[in-house]
Design a protein. Sequence first.
Length: 628
Amino acid sequence: MFLILELSSELILCIASFLEQVDLLNVSLTCKRLNEVTEPELYREYSNPRLHSRAVAQFVRRVIRKPEIARYVKRIDIKGWETLDGLQPGNYEASEALSGILTTREKKIEDFERWLAQEPTENEYNRLIEAAKATGIIEEVFPYEAESTVISKSKPMLSADVPDGSIWFTHVFDNNIASDDIPQDRKFCQLLRAGIDDAYVVLLLSLLPNVREVFLRGVGSDQTALGLPRPYHRYEALRTLKIGCMDRQEAWGIDYIEILLAQAPLEALHLHNASSWCQQDIDNPHRPISLKLRSGSLHLTTLEMDNCTLRKSDMQTLLNATTSLRSLLYWTGNEETGPENFTSRELVAMLEPFKDTLEELYLEIVHYWTDFEEVGRITALSQFSALKILDTTPEMWTHLMDEENGRRPIEAEHRFCHRLPPNLEKLILHPPRDLESFDDGSIPDIPDIRQIEDVILNQSQLLLHLQEIYIGSAYAEHGYFLNQALEKHQPNLNGLKVTVGIGRARCAPTRSVFDNVWPTFRLPEIKWDINKYAIISADRTRGFQLRFPGCTVEDVEAEEANDPELQELEWIKAQDEYLAGRYALAEEGMEDDPASIQYYTEMLYGEQENLSSDPDLDLHPNREEDNE
C-alpha cells in the first residue's frame, strides 16, 4: 500500500485505468489519497442499464453539485427512459390484476403514483434550469410550479373514460394552449419539474462534453418525447453511438438521431430496431419519415443496422453522407421488406462508391415475396476489390440455390467463384436467422453443393486470399449431405478451412454488437454488499423485485419459455440437435446402439422413449438416389 502511495498521481491514475469499476470502487475506499487520485477513473463510465433501477436524475444532480466530474465521463450506458407518454391515463386502464380481481380507480392511482419519479424541490429545479441554460439547450426559463401541471392534469383523468390519448395530450401543459404550440423550452422545464426521465436524459447528454461512447438501450422517440438536445459542446468527442431496443420496445424513427449525425464526428454507428416509419401522434397509425443529411458529412467507418427496416431513400441518404465506410451490417430481422424498401441488388448498387474501401459486409434481407424473382437478388460482388469478409444468406444470390439450378450444368457467368470478391478471406453463407421462415426442411437451405465445390477447386487460381468458408444449415439432414460431399475435397483444401454449422451453430460467429446484449432484467449490478462493493445477480436487485415480485431470473425465463412462439423455436432447435446426433451415430456404425439412442432421445423429449422406428427419421439416406 505504501509503495503505491509513493507513486506519482499520474502513474496511479494510469494503473487505475486498467481496473474494472467494481475493483476501482473498493480501491478508492482504502484511503483518502487513492480516492482523490482515482476520481477521474471512478467517473470514466456512467452505467445505468437496468430498468426500474436508480433514476438518471440522481447522477444529473451529482454532476451539477460537482461540475468538475463532468469532464471525466467518457462512456455512458443507460436504460430506455420514460417520456411524457408514461403519464397518459390510458396506460392505466382497468385490467385483471394478478390476484384475479378487477382493478379499481384506487388501483389505477396506486399504479400511477408508483410510476412517478421524485419531483425536484424549488432550489433543485432552479439549479437544474441554470445548468440547462448554461449548456445551451434552452434559452427561456419557465418558472417553478408549486404543483406540476402535467401530473395534476393527468391524475384526475384516471377515474374517467378517456377514449383516446389525444384528448389527454392536447392540453396537458396548459389549459389554453395546445401542446403542439407549447415552446420546446417550456416543455423541457415542465417535464423537468414533473421528474420525468426524458428531461433528465436530455440534460445529462448536454452536461458531458468529453463522452466518446454512448449506448442508449431504449429510445424516447414517441410523439411526446423531447428529442435529442443541441448543446454547445456539439458532441465533439463522440466517436461511437449504439442505440437499441433491448427490452422489446417498439421500433424508433431513424430521424431521431439526425442531430447526432449532423454534429458528432462519429466513426462507428450501431443501430437496433430503427425504422423509416414513426407514429404521427398518439392515436394515428405509423407514417413514413425522411432522413435529412448533407452528402459527404459523415466519416463513419463502421455501420451496423440490426433488425432495421429503412426505405430505399433513407438508406441512400445515409450512404451518400458517408465517405469512408469499411464495415457494413444490415439485417432486416423478421420483417419482410416491401416495395418501399430495397432489395439486395439495390443495396449492392448503393454500395458501389465503396467498392475499393469496403472490407466487411454482413447482409441478411428478408425479401418481399415478389422480389424472390431474379431481379431482386445479388448477381456479383467481384467489383468489391477490398472486401475481406462476406456474410450473406445463399437465398440472396442468383443461381446459388440447388432448386434453382436443378441438375443442369452451371453456366460460366453463374459460377459462384467468378462472382466473389477477388481478395476475399472469409466467406459465410448462413440460412435466415428467422426460423419461422423455414418450411418443414424438404427444401434445402444450403447452397448448391456444386457451386461450393467449384469455389474450393478454383480457390488457388481465383481466390488466392480465401482462408475460410463457413456454411450453416438449420436442418441436420442438409448439413449432413453437405459434409459428406465436401469430405472428398479434403486433399485439395491447401490450408483452406471449410466448416458446416448445423442447428444452433447455423449462423456462424457473433457479428452484431447487439447479439450478446442481455435484456436489462438479466443484467447483474454493482451494489454495496455487507462491507464492500460487489457484482450481484439481477434477482437480488430492488429494481428486479419491483418488476417481478418474489421471482428469480430463472422464474422469469421459465415464464418466457411458455411463450408458444418461443416454444416452437426451441422445439425446432432440439430436433436439429437430435438429428445431428443420430446422423453422427449412423456415420460411426452405431445407429442401433441402445444406450446412444436413449441418450439422444432423452435429450429431445426428457424421457425414455425409443424412436428408432420413427419413419420420419431416416438414418440411412439413399445415396444412389442422391448420386443420380
